[in-house]
Design a protein around this ligand. Sequence first.
Ligand SMILES: C[S@@+](CC[C@H](N)C(=O)[O-])C[C@H]1O[C@@H](n2cnc3c(N)ncnc32)[C@H](O)[C@@H]1O
Length: 211
Amino acid sequence: MLTLLSPELEDYAFRHTRPEPRELAELEARTYASMQDPQMLTGRVEGRFLKLLARMLRPKLVVEVGTFTGYSALSMAEALEDGARLITCDIDPDAAEVARAAFAASPHGKKVELRLGPAIDTLRALTEPVDLSFIDADKTGYDAYYEELVQRTRSGGVIVLDNMLQSGRVLAPSTDASRAIHALNEKLARDERVENVLLAIRDGVQLVVKR
Ligand SMILES: C[S@@+](CC[C@H](N)C(=O)[O-])C[C@H]1O[C@@H](n2cnc3c(N)ncnc32)[C@H](O)[C@@H]1O
């Protein structure tokens, strides 16, 4: 992934963000040592951003689309209060195995439920109102995931969408992924059901609040 900031400023933001707990630093190192495409993991700055959002919102139910090895799920779980839970899903059994081990080893893992299978099935099966969600999976699926989540999100709840600048490709979309994300950015900026801001954190993060 191309970074939007210069490497020096990315590093500055990293060094001036509160470090993640050791278990997450170790999970990141394990992911880089053992997985393909380890750069998919959100990492410190975005992980701490998600944790602080969860801390501010005090959600009862968090939903994540795209677990990978569990870094972002555990980042949010860290802020969850007693009785709150996080449902996360992925289609990759190898990544899910790493994530399950990380959840089992974490003091916050018992708040997390991992569902293996297509995200759309997990979202359609949700029956309770959602307070916070994080969409971070196949880009051409984002619009469908957003639609499922926006109707289940309570008023004042938040939907976060990752990779919304597509390393700059949204300016001249030429791939299925960048076309899908550009179309969704256009929709979000006009969607009467929500208010939004597109933040230039990492690869672009849409912060969407349900009216
Ligand atoms: C960018 S990674 C997620 C990174 C993770 N949120 C983190 O911070 O470590 C995207 C994940 O989405 C998963 N994925 C792709 N298509 C999916 C689908 N249709 N349903 C569920 N998960 C999917 C991939 O297997 C991959 O693990």
